[in-house]
Design a protein around this ligand. Structure first.
Ligand code: SF4
Ligand code: SF4
Length: 393
């Protein structure tokens, strides 16, 4: 039986969470029938929309030394204190956030990870966590059942993992998925796509299904942290790989329909834009495009708020807001406003793009790295084609 577990008024009506995972937008009439009072949200000038999901960094410690770690985690990194994280969860709960995603570093190194999940649950937040598996034991797996899902980073079979991360963690990732599945914890796999491992994607999905994962989320390789180097250009997908990606994913989604959920991350949408032209077709992959600073936020280890977890620039929040409450940062951060402005007033070709409502101009982490601004995603095939017409004689 389905249960409404949380609801939050919005200008259009309300967001309603069904059970642990599904968020449904309902109009004002239905929200009223559900006994929701829209209050200030149903006026002509509603307050600023609040995030639905927030990523929370819980540690900078990780022994893996992955070559492309977007958080630049280290072996001697530090855990964020449980008190600080509890205050963060209090603030996110008060804002009506639905989902908190804990990340690191390696969250599994924290002894209090089960307590963190319970703390989130006690505030009606749905907790999920991402791990490489380092530090997971059978006993610890059994203690993680408060998590709605544990996402295991698994970057490939047949040498693909090592090619992406610089160490061979394939066996570790396999063991982690199996241990969690045996413990009764729902497991997803996060799989970063690079030019080195794309050829093995079909085999990787077969493997994920055989391991018992319920979902594979395909992530774009992003130039953040240690990945923001010249190495990025050697690891990102080639233009030819991008051009064929939509057809590849469509075929793989059909192959696994009903058995394995295949999703793509926010940053992947523009890379599908030359083959998947219908926003409804993109919705099949659970796609939401760039939501940084809008439906999505991230709390850095120092308590500052970012548009998303890949926005790791340390000077991102201007000094007057350091130490301010999360709600105050959400309201007043100029850095978050830059993400919102980029969506509200896009330049061409995004302004006229049929996928704009879904894509929202692509990944700002990529455009900031390659072009120094939050303009159209330079790796999008539509942007490439548009710019080619401007430069061709
Ligand atoms: S042109 Fe812009 S909005 Fe359209 S798919 Fe590319 S990046 Fe996204
Ligand atoms: S900038 Fe937008 S698209 Fe890129 S990772 Fe952040 S939320 Fe996703």
């Amino acid at each position: 039986m389905t249960r409404i577990t949380a609801a939050r008024p919005e200008h259009f009506g309300a967001w309603v969470r069904i059970d642990d995972g599904t968020l449904v937008a309902v109009d004002r009439a239905l929200a009223t029938r559900l006994s929701l009072d829209g209050g200030p949200w149903w006026t002509d000038a509603p307050p600023r929309p609040l995030p639905l999901e927030v990523h929370v960094a819980v540690t900078s410690r990780c022994p893996a030394d992955c070559a492309g770690c977007y958080q630049s985690a280290t072996r001697d990194g530090e855990h964020v204190s449980l008190d600080a994280l509890t205050s963060t969860l209090d603030a996110l709960s008060a804002m009506g956030v639905f989902t908190v995603a804990f990340g690191g570093g390696e969250p599994m190194l924290r002894d209090d990870l089960p307590a963190l999940a319970a703390t989130a649950r006690a505030r009606n937040l749905v907790p999920v966590v991402t791990t490489s598996g380092l530090g997971l034991t059978r006993e610890k797996a059994l203690s993680l059942r408060d998590f709605a899902q544990v996402n295991v980073s698994h970057d490939g079979v047949a040498g693909g993992y090592e090619a992406v991360r610089g160490f061979d963690g394939e066996a570790l990732a396999d063991r982690t998925v199996r241990t969690l599945v045996e413990a009764g914890v729902p497991v997803g796999i996060n799989h970063v796509l690079t030019r080195q491992n794309l050829a093995h994607l079909a085999a990787m999905l077969d493997h994920a299904r055989a391991l018992g994962a319920v979902e594979v989320q395909l992530l774009r390789y992003k130039p953040a942290g240690r990945a923001a180097s010249l190495d990025y250009l050697a690891r990102r997908l080639t233009e030819a790989q991008v051009d064929g990606l939509g057809d590849t994913l469509r075929a793989l989604a059909q192959r696994h329909e009903g058995a394995l959920s295949i999703r793509v991350d926010c940053a992947m949408v523009p890379l599908l834009s030359n083959t998947i032209t219908d926003p409804a077709a993109l919705a099949r992959f659970g796609v939401f495009g760039c939501e940084a600073g809008r439906n999505l936020g991230a709390v850095r280890r120092d308590g500052t708020l970012a548009g998303c977890s890949f926005d790791v620039r340390h000077d991102a929040v201007e000094s007057p807001l350091r130490g301010a409450s999360i709600a105050a940062q959400w309201e007043a951060s100029p850095e978050l406003q830059r993400f919102r402005d980029a969506v509200a007033a896009p330049s061409e070709p995004c302004a006229q793009c049929s996928l704009r409502s879904m894509c929202r101009g692509g990944c700002r982490i990529v455009s900031a790295h390659l072009a120094g601004d939050f303009g159209p995603d330079p790796e999008c095939p539509r942007v490439r084609a548009f710019r080619a017409t401007k430069t061709d004689p």
